[in-house]
Design a protein around this ligand. Sequence first.
Ligand SMILES: *Cc1c(COP(=O)(O)O)cnc(C)c1O
Ligand code: SF4
Length: 377
Amino acid sequence: MVAMSELSVINARRPAAFAAVSDEEWSDWRWQHAHRLRTAEALSAVIRLRDDERQACERATERFPLAVTPYYASLMRPDDPGCPIRLQAIPRLAELERHPSDLADPLAEDEHRVAGALTHRYPDRAMLYTTHSCAVYCRHCNRRRKVGDPTSAPSKDDLRAAVAYLRQHPEVRDVLVSGGDPLSLSDERLDELLGSLRAIPHLEIIRVATRAVVTLPQRVTRDLVGVLRRHQPIYVATHFNHLAECSSEAAAALYALADGGAVIVNQMVLLKGINDDPAMVGRMNQWLLKNRCRPYYIFQCDPAVGISHFRTPIAAGLEIIEALRGFTSGLAVPHYVVDLPGGGGKVSLQPEYLLRREGKRLTFRNYLGKTFVYDEV
Ligand SMILES: *Cc1c(COP(=O)(O)O)cnc(C)c1O
Ligand code: SF4
């Protein structure tokens, strides 16, 4: 394995506010975490904030905290209010609005809890919640009702109860470790948790869902990779939403994870005015593939309270799939899914390729719009 220090690329875009920071500090996730930008004033040193953003930093953060790593801030275009990184990390006043269709717990995750820190909705897999802390608080977070509030995070007893439940349920063969961000745990705590899951013989695979690869790629250290390697097979689900997040630092983190034996998949959330752009998604997915990360899902934005300004029509997601299928590698084409409000689970949507069915004769269109016939026997 190539040593990670050889891979970590020094950030050429480092903002002037951080010019005095040494390369060692900048590439140390602890430094990044400790120096997160948490107020309008701190952000102003890096980007030019508008008055409404400044107000939102005060008012919207009463409901959902503000935190941006210097690294993630360095990806922002300082003078562009439409910058896709900025729109994901800087609060807006629209977060204070409530659309009539908004739901506090859109996926009924709390209702479907079977143990302190576990939602078991599907037959053979379950979702485990760890910490409620994240390196950067994504403004579009669908768990914003509790993420960012340390008092709501599962306790050690909740985690123990979840592990005990999994031990008693042999039908569960796949567990998703989620949060918040599980990489907010220390290596030791993560090792302990993954170890207790790996000790359950019927748990075939463990997935770790994290946004840190995007917002704090420095977190992917050799030690962390060692922890994940010990508990294989591990799937890591990342959350890249835009090509602007596809930096050399993120590439180095993916490289290290893949070389450490993890299978990496990406879950993108479709966000209005940010990534509802088929050409950009195509290029991002190709970049991800090149870096050994398979695009897995595009999620329709959930109707959580205060994020309706991020929601696109369903047609926007279908357009992306339509623009990818056939035009680029099938590996670059994720499933577009709607997680049904109220806990119905995920359903995947496809553009319609079957034009008509006459008895055993089916007429399709292909990706270029030409029609073809298939006869069933
Ligand atoms: C999304 C989800 C899963 C995993 O679903 P996959 O389609 O297998 O990725 C499991 N449990 C819950 C509660 C989920 O929301
Ligand atoms: S990292 Fe995930 S859990 Fe944390 S704020 Fe972002 S979307 Fe929410």
